[in-house]
Unconditional design. Structure first.
Length: 338
């Protein structure tokens, strides 16, 4: 049983900015996917793969652009993916840059596997979405391979061109736009998403290589990886979403299920598979947030109760006594005394 997969909002913010640049307001599309406007301003936000896919699909439809991923990758400013962009650009060769991308791709999408394997005389970069439950692989693979080609051409100052691109999904009636961007044969309905290279392409040096900075960035990427939620447990992702929903004033299961891109019934069933209920998670989050908020002496207890979604202070008092064996006032006085 795997949980709800999380994806960085950076790619979603990029396609939303591209849509706005092309005259389409992305906000209604983002909201239709169960997200709020704040996601477009928060580069550290994690969203579900279903939400990411829904936004890409709807923007592609709104722009009538079946090759949207290629166009966004070409338009995308350098630095959009912050640590990942600079990790790649400061490596000494394209091959080492791809190794960094493969090692830390979980920062972008925590259930995508990027691997570099030798097949005969060629090196193959494979892009595979694990446990795929929605039609996200098309945009994900096209966007990733287009970013590689566009960025490595700029970073090497050469016409860096793969030998062949292979996609697992079906292609358009006219693939010429793909071949024009990649500069090589592009095949669809293949067993894997693959970018085929030779050793010379991997050994191409990067103009902005900086070994010392690259080492620092690797250490920073390791720290960021440790902070990611465990994608194998839905309950961990739900806790994060409950915290955000509670701060926004609506921690209802209907709201959180919508934010996760699934039905209320599906959310309840998947949590039962992990031997936990939604109400238990909310109760746990309220307890932890209550003890944190009560440490601020400037915040009234009634205000804490309101922020946690209690209908009145007496309900909060009863819940807090159940959690801790004491009242909020007694808890605060003990903190002050100590």
């Amino acid at each position: 049983m795997t949980g709800s997969v999380s994806v960085t909002s950076k790619g979603l913010r990029a396609v939303a900015a591209f849509a706005r640049d092309r005259g389409v307001d992305p906000l209604p599309i983002v909201e239709a996917a169960g997200l709020d406007a704040s996601v477009l301003a928060d580069s550290d936000r994690r969203i579900t793969r279903e939400q990411w896919s829904a936004v890409w699909h709807d923007i592609a439809d709104a722009l009538d652009d079946p090759a949207l991923a290629l166009h966004v990758a070409t338009w995308l400013p350098f630095g959009t993916f912050d640590v990942m962009d600079y990790l790649a650009i400061t490596a000494d060769t394209v091959g080492h840059a791809l190794e960094r991308v493969a090692a830390y791709f979980r920062l972008i999408h925590d259930r995508t596997e990027v691997e570099i394997v030798r097949v005969g005389d060629e090196q193959v970069v494979r892009h595979r979405l694990l446990d795929d439950t929605c039609d996200a692989s098309r945009f994900s693979a096209e966007f990733a391979f287009a970013c590689y080609v566009v960025r490595f051409r700029r970073a090497t100052g050469t016409d860096w061109t793969p030998h062949e691109i292979r996609f697992a999904h079906s292609g358009p009636d006219d693939p010429s736009i793909y071949e024009a961007l990649f500069g090589c044969p592009v095949r669809f309905d293949e067993p894997e998403n693959e970018c085929v290279l030779d050793d010379a392409l991997l050994d191409t040096p990067l103009k902005r290589a900086d070994p010392l900075l690259n080492e620092v960035l690797q250490r920073h990427a390791e720290q960021l990886m440790e902070q990611l939620p465990d994608s194998s447990r839905l309950s961990d992702v739900v806790r994060q979403q409950v915290h955000e929903a509670m701060s926004a004033g609506d921690p209802s299961i209907e709201n959180v299920a919508r934010r996760l891109g699934m039905s209320t019934r599906t959310l309840q069933r998947r949590l039962r598979d992990e031997s936990v209920t939604y109400n238990e998670l909310v109760d746990e989050m309220r307890r932890d947030m209550a003890t944190d908020l009560l440490r601020d002496p400037s915040m009234a207890i009634s205000e804490v109760a309101f922020l946690l979604g209690f209908s009145d202070p007496s309900a909060f008092h009863r819940a807090f006594r159940r959690w801790t064996g004491t009242t909020p006032g007694e808890f605060r006085r003990e903190l002050i005394a100590s």
